[in-house]
Design a protein around this ligand. Sequence first.
Ligand code: BTN
Length: 271
Amino acid sequence: MSTIQLDLSQIESYLTTSFVGRSKANELWPEIDSTNTRAIQLAKDDAPSGTIVLARKQTSGRGRHGRIWQSPQDAGIYASFVLRPTCAKEDIPLYTLALGVAASRAILSVTGVEVGLKWVNDLVVGQKKLGGILAELITSNSPALILGIGINLELQKKDIPEELVNHIEWLTNITGSAVDPNHLIAELAQNLEEVSNNISNGNKSQILDAWRKHSVTLGKEVQVISAAGNKTGTALDIDESGALIVQTTSGERLTLHAGEISIRNLDGSYS
Ligand code: BTN
């Protein structure tokens, strides 16, 4: 399938935002270690809110829990956004959920594909992982939130580790035709600006409700995996800060913050 090349001027021509993607500090790299690492550097150098870092390929793409994010050339969207939230500190975790909502809206509008959201950071389609989000907070003298996202566009089986082959999905495998990454990134920027404004304006419930609507976690039997040990229970809801509420089989009610916790389905399915 022919791939459409990433192009910053094409992305800008699609943009209708007022700050996301409007920065003169935006960057597009043919190859980089990690767009999140670069965005952290730019944020420390005072890049404005809304700056985007993109790459065609990452050599050290990072996922949550220190995992590697496979990032072959032109096989996915590898994007990091620098944001400078003005909301209360306790609302910062909401940005991970909000970017999930923004990504599912952008993917639907560009490709027609319906994406589910697995707490806290996974984009899923039909029980397979399509993408993920890595949020990193910088609390130095120029505080910023870096929101990194990877979306699989066109993977080759050889690029996927053997043990993950049955758990990974990519967009062209569903659509059967090329997906324009420039259009998708512009839509992502548009939707990110909208949800980011929702948080800044105190309209958190719009994001929480949209996330609940797309959720593939709520109502499921889950295993909660943490350094303190594993527990099983039912995922009941998310609270005001985006934390997951789980009723355990032993009768405890847990409020889980993303941190070092991960969630697995008890029936072994991915979503
Ligand atoms: C996860 O599912 O664990 C999160 C994956 C996040 C991957 C993206 S790709 C762009 C950005 N740069 C990185 O190094 N990671 C994020």
